[in-house]
Ligand binder design. Structure first.
Ligand code: ZN
Length: 223
């Protein structure tokens, strides 16, 4: 089934799926595990709507023959109102329609090659299926934006565990900085970076993603 935004209770969210704005290296420990410097301002890139698939409806199809596919579990923020130019933290807060979970799937070997050449990352990050997205909870159902816990379990083993409290650029500030670069439109999604613990996905892996206490979602990698 094609992806559409939904709340966790099944309600359809009447917003078109737009772009997905992503931030790299927003958790210092993750930047270090890939031997990357911690950036002085958010490192932004975009996945097109065509990269988005539902996280849980069907097994995730990984690209074949292109090297290792890494998982990156991230907190996703659904934008409900336009944000453009200089926006206040309060405007950014009011524009949040939902909070959910995403996988920023990455062809890591290809990304390393592109980085070495100074080329854009799209070939490694924007392919069809590169952004599985969960359903969303309403912001008032989520713990505070500055203390959202995040956890990824694969085949029963905790692989990633973090909190938005560890973000280098916190969520509202991130939205403000993104809006100053390009307009966020209703239906766009911002994925907010991944904590340490990224690794390779294997066929048949069973994933449990959670904002513990608020949202739990499972996914499976196709065999
Ligand atoms: Zn990421």
């Amino acid at each position: 089934m094609p992806y559409q935004h939904h709340f966790a209770d099944g309600t359809l969210i009447d917003l078109p799926l737009g772009k997905v704005v992503c931030v790299g290296r927003n958790y210092a420990e993750h930047a270090r595990e890939l031997n990357n410097p911690v950036p002085s301002e958010p490192l932004l890139f975009i996945k097109p709507a065509s990269a988005v698939v539902p996280l849980s409806d069907a097994p995730l199809q990984l690209p074949a023959g292109k090297g290792k596919v890494h998982y990156e579990c991230e907190i996703a923020v659904l934008i409900g109102k336009p944000l453009s130019g200089a926006v206040s933290s309060e405007q950014a807060h009011k524009a949040i329609k939902g909070v959910g979970l995403a996988l920023d799937l990455t062809l890591r070997e290809l990304q390393d090659q592109l980085k070495a050449k100074g080329h854009p990352w799209e070939r490694a990050k924007a392919f069809d299926g590169a952004c599985p997205l969960s359903v969303f909870i309403r912001p008032e159902q989520a713990p505070g934006l500055t203390e959202l816990p995040l956890r990824l379990v694969i085949n029963g083993e905790v692989r990633q565990q973090g909190s938005s409290a560890e973000m280098i650029t916190p969520i509202l500030s991130l939205l403000q900085q993104i809006a100053s670069v390009f307009t966020l439109q209703p239906g766009d999604v911002v994925i907010t970076g991944t904590p340490a613990g990224v690794g390779v996905l294997q066929p048949g892996d069973v994933l449990e993603l959670a904002i513990p206490g608020a949202l739990e979602q499972s996914a499976e990698v196709a065999r």
